[in-house]
Design a protein around this ligand. Structure first.
Ligand code: SF4
Length: 66
């Protein structure tokens, strides 16, 4: 599984960093930063939740690699 986040789309709501703190952070402007691009276990589940919660669609979780 691979995690990507597009700062051009992000609106800085911060839900991703709250939901999956091991996977996402926010930079000094509040925009999403990916900390862990290939999470597993609990972090993987949190990343999937963050993808659903993100209001802007900036978070993309690819499922093609398991
Ligand atoms: S939840 Fe979405 S809009 Fe909010 S900071 Fe994360 S990527 Fe950006």
């Amino acid at each position: 599984m691979s995690v990507e986040a597009d700062q051009r789309v992000c609106v800085g709501a911060g839900l991703c960093a709250l939901t999956a703190p091991g996977v996402f952070d926010q930079d000094e402007n509040g925009l999403v930063v990916v900390l862990e691009g290939t999470p597993s276990g609990k972090a993987r589940d949190e990343a999937l939740r963050a993808e659903r919660l993100c209001p802007s669609g900036a978070v993309r979780v690819g499922r093609s690699h398991g």
